[in-house]
Design a protein around this ligand. Sequence first.
Ligand code: HEC
Length: 330
Amino acid sequence: MTAVRNLSISLVASLLVVSSGCETAKDTPTGDDATAKKIYDGLRPTCGGCHGENTNFPIFASATAFQVLILQDPSWVVPGAPEESEFVKILRGEATGQFSQMPLTGDNFATLAADGKTAISVDEIEELIRNLDEQPSLPVESDRSLPTVARKSGDQLLRSLKTQVGLSEDVFFNEEHSGATSGRFAVLDPDRSPMRNPGYGEIPKSIERYIRLGGHSYLEGRRGNTEINPAFVQSLVVLSQTYCRLGITRGDGVLSEATLADVSSDPAGLSKIESNIEYLYLRMLGMLAKEQDKSELLGLFQHYETESSTEDAWTAVCSAIVRDPRWLSL
Ligand code: HEC
């Protein structure tokens, strides 16, 4: 239990990244963090306007958001292999997905760069990607106790998450929301029939997400996988944040004792926030929060509350709970 507990703290500490304006990176980033910052700084003048905080795809909300959503997502960036990285292709106007180029309109990034209109060149970006660590660093890697903890299967994980944050399937497949964040992060079981399109051509990515979470497919003869590998951890980070945020804005499971208007600087607000943390802990982990858990989560809440908003703060609290190994293993 102690091992699991330590692991929980290190997971919570190292995966705390909310796609928002706040920078969680250290003052002088090193290694891949530094690479992320360089590419992010170089691209932001060109791309930031459409991909900042509160946009559908907030990859330029912060260097950390860029790192988690792009650099650590193997469907965008293959560390060490820029030529295989879809993200580089989209900069060159050679992507085969929904969008062939970025920026969305006008010249593609490579053309703008060749004309000297950007802060970084495609060659520089390629060189940085070539030097990224082969294996994205996994915070839990060194913890030998991990493989002995069985985790929820892909299906169990998605089902619990949706139920706990109070979301219905409709949120993901509603016409009204197609093209919004909800569609982008839908996860599709490829065996489901008929498949409904959750947004602009998102089916392949949604299935890929399902596979990365360890989902099985009888039709494709693929067994479920309950390993905790880098692809799983990365998918879970993005998924927990997105589902928690959707749960806060469109669901009815995350906020019960407090509202987004409650702030911790007000004593009445603070007590509602504390009650909601207890409520959420019990709802999601099925156990009473100890004083230490409560104060850790409150600290986390307050960090994001001051840096950005109560919505980000609750997203951080909810996704920290999802990434607790006890949540994963229950
Ligand atoms: C004029 C606005 C605009 C600019 C500038 C822009 N984008 Fe986009 N980008 C979009 C829109 C719209 C989408 C679709 C998703 C969404 O709704 O946000 C998108 C989607 C993407 C996607 C996902 C594509 C996919 O197939 O799912 C990536 C990656 C991306 N942009 C990267 C960039 C990068 C890198 C830059 C700068 C070189 C950039 N964007 C500049 C508007 C823009």
